[in-house]
Ligand binder design. Structure first.
Ligand code: SDX
Length: 378
């Protein structure tokens, strides 16, 4: 075996082989199962894209209808999950609520029959179907309202917006959200997917796999950045404050949220599409008060940090889109999770196909044969 040098954050070290998605960070290319993300964003929808990612191919008409129908049938939550959610503190973060609810599904369905295709299929359907309902239920419950039941006559994204906002959405808004979900569905071996794969490799149940991934996505260096971007734009406040803000960040070596990526050294292709979606929404519903600040910030970051390959990532414009869709800021990362569930499940299945438990090594930097110092001498 070749011994590799230690690389912080496993930068550049392949930890798996995968045929699910591909990123070319120099050319700004993202493909799901070989299909460019731009093409999927134009022609597909989230449920079809999830089928592509999880089952490895675009579905036939009949396969898609069955897949959609199965998801519709499993959208409702068990009343015990809803009762459990009623005990959550209303001030708690929705990502924590989602992580707890995803894990709780394991209490009901944890057979761990990982060699049974029916068990795998049921877990895929259940998770795709119930994660949006959990996010929406927590949103209503923390306001003191009862969750609304999912509507079987609405598509995936329209139903999600309906459950969140308690009113049927404009089809245009639902379509924009659906494209957002496609864009966030998968992204090779990012931190939350790696977390899902490590958990999957122990052959635990898929609900534990998703719960660990949700916990990982929540951090501000990963999916949690979309929420932080809005706080940052609010803090900057106006176009004139942008340049001093960037200069201060450079001086203090602090991170500008929504910028930079381990793989992309150009603007993230998803950020390009998300900016376009934001502009489409602004044209129809009015511009966001912070959009000009966001555009100026991107311009100044490009000027000052473009030479280091620091450009807008997926989390930069998504928040401005979600705000226009009436989604509260602390639900931005849960919305990311609603989408990324497809990628996590695809990697869970792929991991099971050729499983070996993840068990890397380490370089020990401590001492050896150290004396035990009695309490009185410490
Ligand atoms: C996502 O990997 C994925 O696929 C993730 C994702 C997905 O789809 O799953 O694409 C989703 O998580 C997007 C990233 C969201 N996070 C943020 O927007 C937070 C801000 N960005 C960063 O903290 C950072 O860029 C990361 C975490 C995204 C990447 O971290 P790396 O690869 O470990 O890079 P680094 O922190 O070591 O930075 C390298 C250099 C440093 O400068 P030097 O010390 O070499 O001089 O670039 C600088 C950093 O200081 N830098 C930044 C910066 N990002 C990198 N400087 C200021 N602001 C930034 N945002």
């Amino acid at each position: 075996m070749t011994v590799c040098e230690y690389r912080a954050g496993l930068e550049g070290i392949p930890a798996t082989q995968s045929s699910i998605s591909f990123v070319d960070g120099q050319r700004g290319i993202l493909e799901y199962r070989g299909i460019p993300i731009e093409e999927l964003a134009q022609k597909s929808n989230f449920v079809e894209t999830s089928h592509l990612l999880i089952w490895g191919k675009l579905p036939t008409k009949e396969e898609l209808e069955n897949f959609e129908q199965e998801i519709r049938l499993h959208r409702r939550l068990k009343y015990r999950i809803r009762d459990m959610m009623k005990c959550f503190p209303e001030g708690g973060h929705p990502m924590d609520a989602l992580q707890a609810c995803a894990a709780a599904l394991g209490l009901f369905y944890s057979r761990r029959a990982l060699d049974d295709p029916a068990y795998i299929n049921a877990a895929v359907i259940r998770l795709l179907a119930k994660i949006p309902t959990m996010v929406a239920a927590f949103q209503l419950m923390r306001k003191g309202n009862d969750p609304v039941q999912p509507r079987d006559d609405l598509g995936y994204s329209a139903n999600f917006l309906y459950m969140l906002n308690e009113k049927e959405p404009d089809p245009f808004a639902a379509q924009i959200l659906d494209v957002c979900l496609m864009l966030h569905a998968e992204h090779t071996i990012n931190a939350s997917t790696f977390s899902a794969m490590v958990t999957a490799s122990t052959l635990t149940d898929p609900y534990a796999v998703v719960a660990s991934a949700v916990g990982t996505l929540a951090g501000p260096l990963h999916g949690g950045a979309n929420e932080e971007v809005i706080s940052m734009l609010e803090e900057i406040g106006s176009v004139e404050n942008v340049r001093p803000y960037v200069e201060q960040c450079i001086e203090k070596k602090s991170k500008i949220m929504g910028f930079g990526h381990r793989v992309y050294k150009v603007k993230d292709p998803r950020a390009i599409i998300l900016q376009d979606l934001a502009e489409q929404l602004f044209e129809k519903y009015g511009v966001d008060q912070f959009y000009d600040v966001a555009v100026e910030l991107e311009r100044v970051v490009h000027e000052k940090m473009g030479h280091k390959g620091i450009y807008a990532n997926v989390d930069y414009y998504s928040g401005l889109v979600y705000r226009k869709l009436g989604i509260p800021t602390d639900l931005f990362t849960p919305v990311f999770a609603v989408s990324r569930i497809a990628g996590w499940l695809a990697h869970w299945k792929e991991q099971l196909n050729e499983n070996r438990i993840f068990r890397p090594t380490q370089i020990y930097t401590g001492t050896h044969a150290a004396p035990y110092i009695p309490m009185s001498e410490r």
